[in-house]
Write a protein that binds this ligand. Structure first.
Ligand SMILES: [Zn+2]
Length: 412
């Protein structure tokens, strides 16, 4: 996944501007990082793109699934990042030297405020700077508490990382568990002690690794907590199933599970009745757009899920990645329009004689970093499945290559 223009605006409006002019405090970042000035020595990679004109990059988290009951591998999700690229929610950090952290101009200050997570990506050591503390408490209209604890798994696909949410009072609910990055556990514990509550329920939006990978370690810390999710293909004995439409009343909070496939077959959103708020997982993101993966994804289901959410009175969305969404109807409409636009672009490409998915992506996603093209190919594949089902496109093989053509003139 990747970010659109608001992300760029926080960085100074241009993705090739360097950090000095644009470094600002990002949401959830406590402040002093805004004063850290550093400029990348190595070339930065195009990473944010304008959202107008169909150039918004698809996002959607890490779609690798965790085998039932297994812990995540504790590493940063792999992505096509390059040395020198800035990732994470804090715009002040750049990886410079071979050891990764050499680019910080005020490392002591930064280290007090942030965690530096290192990884080797495509043979290059890179690091991300992410807020060390849990995010601020969001006061809801009914004075219930929602606290964001970032999963400490920033990356090209996950943005600043997975949002996990603590909701409630004495008996807290945790929605999603991050990817299983060890740095997450102390943050969760810190947030729980500040909220003076006990974790008693874990709800999982879907089975992708960046949402469920932290479950084993959270359970070790809180063995009394019950975990629930929509049943997937592989039954997980230690997780209680949650059905579509099921109401869950917990410590004064009423949540309704809404089965919303499209990004993943087992995807649930959680509608908070008292707040008219939605925990949207990876169906709707705070920035960018969601990936419709080839495995487990379905554009038809995805659009149906968005239409279903349109029927709810939603005042706020807490997404699985990115900032809180304060205008849900507009965002849902934007997502539906975005898919329609992509469909038009696929039809236009076919009309222009483009025949393979790879060529379509090269044309449609020209401004998107090449490292994200494989994800974009999965979304385009899902568009073609939909068009094929509607009798508008035909699929055939040419020299072993999947090839497509229009069956009738598109109504563009
Ligand atoms: Zn996902």
């Amino acid at each position: 996944m990747r970010y659109g223009k608001r992300w760029m605006a926080r960085r100074g409006g241009r993705d090739d501007q360097g950090l000095g002019a644009g470094a600002r405090t990002a949401p959830g970042c406590p402040g002093p990082c805004a004063r850290i000035r550093s400029r990348p020595v190595l070339p930065t990679v195009r990473r944010g793109v304008p959202s107008k004109g169909g150039r918004q990059v698809p996002l959607g988290g890490d779609s690798r699934r965790v085998p039932a009951g297994r812990r995540g591998n504790g590493t940063i999700p792999r992505g096509a990042v390059s040395h020198g690229e800035v990732l994470g929610d804090c715009p002040a950090h750049v990886c410079r030297g071979p050891e990764g952290c050499g680019g910080l101009t005020r490392p002591p200050q930064a280290s007090a405020r942030h965690s530096c997570i290192r990884a080797r990506v495509r043979g290059v050591r890179v690091c991300w700077l992410v807020p060390r503390r849990a995010g601020p408490v969001v006061r809801s209209p009914s004075a219930s508490q929602v606290r964001v604890v970032l999963g400490q798994n920033p990356g090209l696909q996950t943005g600043p990382g997975t949002n996990t949410y603590l909701v409630g009072g004495d008996r807290l609910i945790l929605i999603d568990t991050g990817a299983g990055v060890p740095a997450y556990d102390p943050l969760l514990q810190e947030a729980l002690s500040e909220l003076k509550g006990n974790l008693s329920l874990i709800l999982l939006s879907h089975g992708h690794v960046d949402h469920i990978g932290g479950l084993p370690s959270v359970r070790r810390l809180h063995p009394q907590a019950v975990a629930r999710m929509f049943p997937g293909e592989t039954p997980v004995s230690a997780i209680e199933p949650m059905a579509d439409g099921e109401f869950l009343r917990h410590d004064g909070i009423t949540l309704q599970a809404i089965h919303t496939p499209g990004h993943a077959t087992d995807h649930l959103c959680f509608y908070w009745l008292e707040e008219r708020a939605l925990f949207s997982g990876d169906l709707i993101l705070g920035e960018g757009t969601a990936v419709i993966p080839r495995v487990g994804g379905s554009l038809i289901d995805y659009l149906a899920s968005l239409e279903r959410l349109r029927t709810l009175d939603i005042r706020r969305i807490y997404p699985g990645h990115g900032p809180v969404i304060e205008d849900p109807p507009a965002k849902i409409t934007e997502y539906i329009e975005h898919r329609r636009m992509r469909e038009r672009q696929v039809l236009e490409a076919l009309h222009a004689g483009v025949r393979t998915i790879r060529e379509m992506v090269a044309r449609i996603y020209a401004e998107v970093p090449g490292g994200l093209h494989p994800l974009a190919e999965e979304s385009v594949w899902n568009h073609l499945v939909k068009l094929e089902g509607e009798g508008r496109v035909r699929r055939f093989q040419v020299s072993g290559r999947e090839t497509y053509e229009l069956l009738r003139e598109p109504d563009l």
